[in-house]
Design a protein around this ligand. Structure first.
Ligand code: HEC
Length: 171
């Protein structure tokens, strides 16, 4: 049986501490990435933002039947304004509200549903919880907003792998 000497034990403790530190650093990265990935998944699937804004957020919608969404890559909004745009939508401008209670208590621009009958607004593909909206906004600021036009390199980064789709992007 291996019985460690005093010196070995302290060396081992050192290794354990180093291992622990690098493990927690990895964990922080994992959490960070997963929030962005989660947000991207919500953007593309559950919330279907891409239907109007395009998969890369550049306004080239993926669904012809949908209204033309803004080019989010060129958006000048800050985080708080983006959260409000998602929660409250843009009454009269085809951006739906994703907060289930958006027009129930005046939280959005002080407006109530009863005052909205004359203002057309599409239904959101799904309503979203606050934490889902935060994850989408994390994703937007990491990969879309103020990130410049999409190119092959960013496309590969965006999807995490080389796709034929990325090779078709020319500019
Ligand atoms: C039904 C189509 C539609 C869907 C679905 C949609 N949007 Fe929009 N969005 C729009 C339109 C149209 C505008 C432009 C509104 C305007 O001109 O004020 C817009 C504007 C925005 C803006 C404001 C941009 C700016 O710079 O002013 C943000 C941010 C935004 N959308 C994010 C999202 C996100 C995130 C989702 C998914 C959770 C989403 N949108 C889903 C149509 C849509």
């Amino acid at each position: 049986m291996f019985i460690p000497k005093c010196k070995d034990v302290s060396k081992m403790m050192g290794y354990i501490v180093i291992l622990g530190i690098s493990f927690s650093i990895n964990l922080v990265y994992a959490v960070d990435n997963s929030s962005t990935e989660y947000g991207m998944d919500l953007f593309l699937n559950k919330a279907n933002c891409q239907a109007c804004h395009g998969w890369s957020g550049d306004g080239r919608k993926t669904d012809n039947q949908m209204p033309d969404g803004a080019n989010l890559r060129e958006s000048a909004l800050d985080r708080e304004m983006v959260v409000t745009a998602i929660k409250c939508g843009r009454p009269g401008n085809n951006m739906p509200a994703f907060d289930r209670l958006a027009y129930s208590d005046g939280r959005c621009y002080g407006l109530l549903k009863s005052q909205m009958s004359a203002i057309p607004m599409p239904d959101p593909p799904a309503t979203l919880q606050n934490r889902e909206i935060e994850a989408i906004v994390d994703f937007l600021f990491a990969k879309v907003i103020k990130q410049g036009a999409m190119n092959q390199e960013k496309c590969i980064q965006f999807w995490g792998s080389k796709l034929p789709l990325c090779e078709r992007i020319t500019q």
